[in-house]
Design a protein around this ligand. Structure first.
Ligand code: TYD
Length: 207
């Protein structure tokens, strides 16, 4: 049996990932593909419980504790959901994965990238997504979209400087890993982003 493909979605809070994830899921299902959608932090029972703690504005933790927890969630997620699904031939779409740890804990919080590389190596070895869609928006636009949501989480309450660093790290990684990461300009009207996305998916996964 052919192993399924692993697709991850990344972007600032408010970049529109959720909308595009729903579209992508439908698009692939229409092609007859078995799709599993999941998210990080989360994706497993333990992971969802850790997510609650990680996003709780009442929690104050060391940046490295936060990084370690993100990778602990990921270890469980790979073991219980991602790898078994891929081996069954299903395709997995994850709302965030390791690029988010580099962008948020590395860029945003200042955890040294070499420490994150060690965790990455430990938790996933050479395993990487087949395709990562990075939805890029200026931070002002991301913030406007987040503020229209009623309750903000621990990350969404961060200052502009934090998100500038997060975005810069995402952009830097998109330049570094051109084979894997596709940048999608998510500041365009929704239907235009969808058209761009469809072209990317066709080219990256079906040609
Ligand atoms: P998000 O995916 O934006 O979910 P929602 O759309 O429900 O708000 O929220 C998850 C948050 O977790 C987001 O602010 C980024 C953060 N995060 C990290 O800081 N590091 C990570 O490794 C991951 C996976 C997420």
């Amino acid at each position: 049996m052919q192993r399924g493909k692993f697709i991850t979605l990344e972007g600032l809070d408010g970049a529109g990932k959720s909308t595009h994830l729903a579209w992508l899921e439908n698009f692939l299902e229409d092609k007859g593909i078995d799709v599993v959608t999941t998210r990080e932090p989360g994706g497993t029972l333990l992971g969802e419980q850790l997510r609650t703690l990680l996003l709780d504005p009442g929690q104050h933790m060391h940046a490295e504790t936060e990084a370690l927890l993100m990778f602990a969630v990921r270890r469980e997620h790979l073991d219980k959901v991602i790898l078994p699904s891929l081996h069954r031939g299903e395709w997995v779409i994850s709302d965030r994965f390791t690029d988010a740890s580099f962008a948020y804990q590395g860029g945003g919080r200042g955890v040294p990238f070499d420490k994150l590389h060690i965790l990455e190596q430990w938790v996933q070895g050479v395993f990487q997504p087949d395709l990562t869609l990075y939805f890029d928006v200026p931070i002002e636009m991301a913030r406007q979209r987040v503020q229209s949501a009623k309750i903000t989480d621990r990350f969404e309450r961060e200052q502009d400087e934090f998100f500038l660093q997060v975005r810069a790290t995402y952009l830097q990684r998109a330049q570094q890993f051109t084979e894997r990461i596709c940048l999608v300009d998510s500041s365009q009207p929704l239907h235009e982003v969808t058209i761009a996305l469809e072209a990317i998916i066709q080219q990256a996964l079906f040609e």
